[in-house]
Design a protein around this ligand. Structure first.
Ligand code: MG
Length: 419
């Protein structure tokens, strides 16, 4: 794909990267986050819920007290549609992840085919099972849901410790850079967040780059942490990214995507430029150019080299921005058949069409679709998702769509519950 000059070195040579699994991506960018399979632990089969039950669960009950007019700052009293968009961040991310799993670094669906949550991939995964992208997002969400923010050392220690526990106790696959940081950090002294940052910085010094897409893939939930505070959102996005990805490009991509998620939830807009002013002045023009480049009409194959955080950002945004929004918005007819077989329905919701487009790009399909899904969910919520997806989607640590929605609700409320 067309790219703009990257202000860093060329990244680690391929020989420094662990050998890949069955399907290796082309040697596109040495900064790519490449997954390695790890020994799987038995997965608890979650209780599956019917679409009706999930709808009821994910959409908070409305009462005269809980449905007060939406206004910021937000803490405990959030409008039901806003809470549904918060839930959508994790739920639609998980759907995109599971939809992309079967095609990760394999042949993507043809233009006239719909991606299907049939499992397999690099796990191998069960149908509808999400992968490391959503697993790591859940690690962040379990801390975020406690309402302590993600900018101070205490919660960041908890996130770092959760990543380390996940690596040995739940990870089904893990990106190369993330794996190296977590494994090296285990041998360092000190508290978890400081150890991870030190290991990430050491990797950056030795390789020149740590800007794989592994931080961006888990950043959606960070956009839910401080719905009334864009500065705190940006600080949290950078802090969580830097636990494993020292390269400023990774943190910047997370700042932009997390702020876009926050704006989508609170204002109902899709705008990845909303956080440009949160970047250092010298970086804004560069990112604006990358965003404009991503919006160009182009063959999907041009976007397949998406292991790098910039190109993953571009691929996810291209899938969203280039997909036609159905007349009348996203809530038009929901054709469930689009989720399971055949071509994507002509009038399928934007969420469905954009996720299909993200997978069709190829490359790191689950990650690109997970990134896109977090933003699409923040904009449209869960109400236009195909029933099959909601019924199927599940994953570590034994959660389903309902469990993800509860984590996101608690995060949006800063850990507080509606009385
Ligand atoms: Mg993955």
């Amino acid at each position: 794909m067309t790219t703009f000059p990257v202000p860093h070195g060329a990244g680690p040579p391929a020989s420094h990267l662990p050998s890949r699994r069955r399907h290796g991506p082309p040697e596109e960018c040495a900064n790519a986050e490449r997954a390695v399979r790890v020994v799987r632990t038995p997965r608890r089969q979650p209780q599956l819920h019917t679409r009706r039950a999930l709808r009821s669960s994910l959409s908070p009950r409305c009462s005269p007290r809980s449905c007060a007019p939406y206004a910021l700052p937000v803490t405990t009293h959030l409008a039901p549609d806003l809470l549904d968009r918060a839930a959508g961040v994790l739920v639609v991310q998980a759907c995109g992840d599971a939809l992309g799993v079967p095609y990760e670094f394999a042949t993507p669906p043809r233009a006239d085919e719909a991606a299907v949550m049939r499992g397999g991939g690099l796990g191998p995964y069960a149908p509808g099972e999400w992968s490391d992208d959503t697993q790591m997002a859940v690690c962040v969400a379990r801390v975020a849901a406690q309402g302590r923010g993600l900018t101070t050392e205490g919660p960041l220690d908890d996130v770092a410790a959760a990543f380390e526990a996940w690596l040995t106790g739940g990870a089904s696959d893990v990106g190369t850079q993330t794996a190296a940081v977590l494994r090296n950090a285990a041998h360092l002294p000190g508290r978890p967040a400081a150890r991870l940052r030190a290991a990430s910085q050491a990797l950056h010094v030795s390789t020149g780059r740590t800007a794989g897409n592994g931080a961006l893939m888990r950043t959606g939930i960070v956009g839910v942490v401080a719905l009334d505070d864009r500065t705190e959102t940006a600080r949290a996005a950078r802090a969580v990214a830097e636990l494993t990805h020292t390269d400023p490009l990774a943190g910047e991509s997370c700042v932009l995507w997390s702020e876009a998620v926050r704006v989508a939830i609170t204002q109902g807009m899709l705008d990845v430029r909303a956080g440009l002013d949160l970047l250092p002045p010298g970086r804004r023009t560069l990112w604006a150019a990358w965003i404009a480049d991503a919006e160009q009409d182009r063959p999907t194959a041009d976007l397949g080299a998406n292991g790098f955080t910039v190109t993953a950002f571009q691929a996810a945004w291209h899938a969203i921005a280039s997909t036609k929004v159905p007349d009348g918005g996203a809530q038009l007819e929901r054709d469930g058949s689009a989720a399971s077989s055949g071509a994507v329905a002509e009038r399928a919701p934007h969420t469905v069409r954009a996720l299909q487009a993200a997978v069709r790009i190829g490359g790191d399909t689950d990650t690109v679709a997970a990134i896109a899904g977090a933003l699409l969910g923040a904009r449209y919520g869960t109400s236009d998702l195909p029933a099959e997806w909601l019924d199927l989607v599940h994953g570590w640590p034994g959660l389903d769509a309902e469990g993800l929605g509860e984590l996101a609700h608690a995060t949006a409320r800063r850990g507080r519950s509606i009385p």
